[in-house]
Design a protein around this ligand. Structure first.
Ligand SMILES: Cc1cc2nc3c(=O)[nH]c(=O)nc-3n(C[C@H](O)[C@H](O)[C@H](O)COP(=O)(O)OP(=O)(O)OC[C@H]3O[C@@H](n4cnc5c(N)ncnc54)[C@H](O)[C@@H]3O)c2cc1C
Length: 380
């Protein structure tokens, strides 16, 4: 059987991502957590290394490949000491650009996709509003056509990378129909009337800046419309599947890292005259953690392979997300437990993973919303 994950090209990509993480990311994560954001130079360095455009077609400035390749990059970052917050912020373009690429609009691709994949621009995706998160059809930010422009008024919240962003791919209401009245506009953050109202303080993902945005009479050129007017609900829904698989990778990736750190810890930590790992209860806990990680990774890989082969798998992506999130929450909790008091201290890596993990069951579709989607797919 061909191992699509272990081809020579992908083995080289894995090594590249591992080396980049150990050199450029792991030594700096604690400082970036204190800074509350990633430096722009990291985007440039990741682009130069060939890691920013994985899974984006070469025709738009990417490195090509599929979700298998982007999964490999994410895995290596997480396994080697980056964090879920680093991935969320460094790869925000993974949610901000796909709609633009999918539209095939050469002008938008030249102005936004290529420079972002070269590490020169930072983009965000703004869907969520103060009164509408899980229910995307409830958004109220409105765009009214006025000659060659749309005039946008509204508010967005919880937007990743928004305080650093050069442009925000913004979900707006261009009609009254809950679903067919939605469109996507690329808004330059220098446009008059656009403001980052505040930088939000969070439980985890501290190195990933998160912003609340206001749009007051923001005049956006009509040529910044992504795809056809009224087509955004479908565009957003299509891209949710790959976002959810990406978050599934965060789940088992964090869990694998937390397990590795914990194995090392219990080998070295002595209690009652022996290393902790000498206790059967401790070894059993490690095995349960390993089981959760392995099952999650194998299922997520299975779904990623089918998606890479061209299947549209919304329910399976949701199942993968929920499985990996549950596994991650279990593993990081046990990791903190086995680290004892040290596990509760700032500066201990598992403490950061414990806090970072909590967003995974909320962002990109809450666990309950995933279950609704799965039940509907099953006809229940
Ligand atoms: C750190 C962070 C980064 C984010 N980044 C972005 C971003 O870049 N762009 C963006 O647009 N958004 C972003 N979000 C927003 C995120 O996608 C939303 O928080 C998420 O979709 C949930 O929406 P909500 O917060 O409005 O919760 P609500 O929709 O108010 O739901 C609250 C809770 O109710 C429950 N619930 C909701 N619906 C159902 C249901 N149908 N059945 C049963 N229970 C239900 C769930 O437990 C859910 O967590 C981010 C959020 C965070 C915290």
């Amino acid at each position: 059987m061909t191992d699509v994950w272990g081809t020579p090209e992908r083995t080289a990509l894995r090594a590249l991502a591992a080396e980049f993480t150990e050199r450029e990311i792991a030594p700096n994560v604690d400082q970036w957590e204190r800074d509350g954001e990633l430096p722009r130079s990291l985007h440039e360095r990741a682009a130069s290394a060939g890691l920013l455009g994985t899974a984006f077609p070469e025709s738009v400035g990417g490195q090509g490949g599929s979700i298998i390749d982007s999964t490999i990059v994410s895995e290596e970052l997480l396994f080697r000491g980056a964090s879920s917050g680093v991935l969320a912020s460094l790869f925000t373009h993974g949610i901000a650009l796909p709609h633009i690429v999918g539209s095939g609009n050469a002008d938008l691709i030249d102005r936004y996709v290529r420079p972002t994949l070269e590490g020169r621009l930072i983009g965000s995706l703004a869907v969520t509003e103060p009164d509408a998160g899980s229910d995307v059809s409830g958004i109220r930010t409105r765009a009214v056509r006025d000659g060659d422009h749309y005039v946008v008024n509204g508010a967005k919240t919880f937007i990743t990378s928004a305080t650093r962003a050069d442009f925000v791919t913004t979900l707006v209401r261009t009609g009254d129909d809950p679903h067919r009245g939605l469109s996507l506009l690329v808004v330059d953050t220098t446009t008059p009337g656009f403001t980052v109202v505040r930088r939000l303080e969070k439980m985890g993902w501290l190195c990933s800046d998160t912003g609340e945005l206001a749009y007051v009479d923001v005049r956006v050129p009509a040529r910044n419309l992504v795809g056809a007017e009224g087509s955004a609900f479908v565009q957003v829904a299509q891209n949710f599947a790959s976002e959810r698989l990406g978050l599934a990778t965060h789940g088992y990736g964090i869990a694998q890292r937390a397990l590795d750190l914990t194995v090392e810890w219990v080998r070295n930590r002595t209690a009652f005259g022996k290393p902790l790992i000498a206790k059967q209860v401790v070894r059993h806990k490690l095995v349960e953690m390993k089981r959760a990680v392995e099952v999650s990774r194998v299922y997520a890989h299975h779904v990623a392979e089918r998606v890479a082969a061209g299947e549209q798998l919304y329910a399976e992506a949701a199942l993968a997300k929920n499985q990996c999130v549950a596994a991650c929450e279990f593993v990081v909790d046990e990791a903190v437990q086995l680290h004892g008091g040290a596990g509760y201290m700032r500066g201990t890596e598992v403490e950061r993973h414990y806090r970072d993990a909590r967003i995974l069951g909320i962002g990109g579709g809450a666990t309950e919303v995933m279950n609704d989607l799965i039940a509907k797919d099953l006809g229940w």
